[in-house]
Design a protein. Structure first.
Length: 182
């Protein structure tokens, strides 16, 4: 089902296509306020079968249809340990999203994963622009976009698990990406 989506490797990470076998690990790690507060389509409180339902009923069909690409994030030295998820989607103004277990944050791993999938978006999928919504209050996530050379192109309000918050849409073009990362 996910054969067309490759495993991506970075200096410190393995990004493996999301699989139904990842549901138990996601269910154990994901339902934490620090992770979900700035997400917009997550049921909260998170149901006991939330990860299974997401992977089985949303992620895998999207991957099969070629409308989304979902990877589990794993440390290079412990490929069996899921520490987060990163995704690309064909949704307007919402092309990339990720989460990382809090105990793995602050090490540049999310930036490393975001760079790998952004490169995939532009160089493998051949997309012309990447847009990402960010809650203004989500400072660490905004810093990842800043470090990639993205810029704010729109703003407004959006509903998140934590309530209605100001949001910015960040953008980078393939040419801008290439000039910064080649």
């Amino acid at each position: 089902m996910t054969a067309a989506i490759p495993t991506l490797e970075t200096r410190r990470l393995i990004l493996r296509p999301l699989d139904l076998s990842d549901a138990a690990a996601v269910q154990e790690i994901f339902p934490r306020w620090e992770i979900v507060q700035f997400m917009s389509t997550i049921p909260w409180p998170y149901p006991a079968d939330g990860a299974l339902t997401f992977i089985r009923d949303m992620a895998l069909p999207e991957m099969e249809e070629g409308t989304a690409w979902h990877w589990s994030i794993r440390p290079n030295g412990a490929a069996d340990q899921l520490i987060g998820i990163i995704s690309l989607t064909d949704e307007p103004d919402n092309n990339r999203g990720f989460w990382l277990a809090p105990e793995w944050q602050g090490r540049g791993l999310a930036t490393e994963a975001a760079d790998a999938v952004t490169d995939y978006w532009f160089e493998t999928l051949g997309r012309a622009v990447l847009r990402v919504p960010k809650a203004i209050a989500n400072i660490p996530s905004r810093r990842i976009s800043e470090s990639a050379g993205m810029r704010i192109v729109a703003s407004g309000d959006r509903d998140f698990v934590s309530g209605r918050l100001p949001v910015e849409i960040w953008e980078i073009t393939r040419e801008e990406w290439r000039s910064r990362h080649r």
